[in-house]
Design a protein around this ligand. Structure first.
Ligand SMILES: [Zn+2]
Length: 201
């Protein structure tokens, strides 16, 4: 996922290297990702690589399909750019910062499963690294709780709201083969998402 506010799209200082993120019409973006059986060193290598690409592309979230993988892998860091700016200019009160309620950033999410989802919908203007220049107002539940495996394969639970809830749902959409252009027609709550990723205990 990509943000639209000024502080979240700093100038590209890394030159004009080629984009590694899949193009919008790639079939893989419409294909469902498969669960990861075990979180191993090779899983961690993939997650590290995804995070690197996400930072290079100045995104705040990235799902496996966007880099040509069909595994249920997500990386998220909604506070990265604000953190960087705060480091460079610690006394500037104008740096907004999308501070996460979840202290650990970046987040590595493997095999997410939805545990709870709010009935309240909230609109947010979303961008996507796979759809440069496209921004869509999407109505999503304003709170979501997921379980997932972390970087070390340990089961974790995350209760997300605000921007983090938006980003988590945007990336889980990707794992289900759903991208923001699906939301152009004004669809709201994504039931397919719940079907595929709801917790089955
Ligand atoms: Zn996206």
């Amino acid at each position: 996922m990509k943000l639209v506010k000024a502080f979240e799209t700093p100038p590209n200082t890394s030159g004009s290297e080629g984009h590694k993120v899949s193009v919008p019409n790639a079939q893989i973006l419409r294909t469902k990702a498969l669960p990861v059986e075990n979180v191993t060193d090779s899983t961690r290598n993939l997650l590290d690589g995804m995070l690197e690409i996400m930072y290079q592309e100045r995104g705040i979230g990235l799902a496996a399909q966007q880099v040509g993988l069909l595994q249920q892998l997500i990386v998220i860091d909604i506070d990265y750019w604000a953190r960087k700016q705060r480091q460079e200019d610690p006394n500037n009160p104008d740096i907004l910062g999308a501070k996460s309620v979840h202290g650990d950033q970046p987040l590595y999410i493997v095999n997410p499963r939805i545990q709870a989802i709010s009935p309240n919908l909230k609109p947010y203007t979303e961008g996507c690294l796979s759809f440069p220049g496209l921004f869509v107002d999407v109505n999503r539940p304003d709170e979501i709780t997921i379980s997932y495996l972390d970087y070390h394969g340990k089961k974790q639970t995350l209760r997300a709201f605000g921007l983090l809830a938006v980003c988590v749902q945007h990336e889980i959409d990707h794992l289900a083969g759903v991208t923001i252009n699906h939301h152009l027609k004004g669809s709201t709550h994504t039931n397919h998402l719940v079907e595929l990723f709801e917790a089955r205990s």
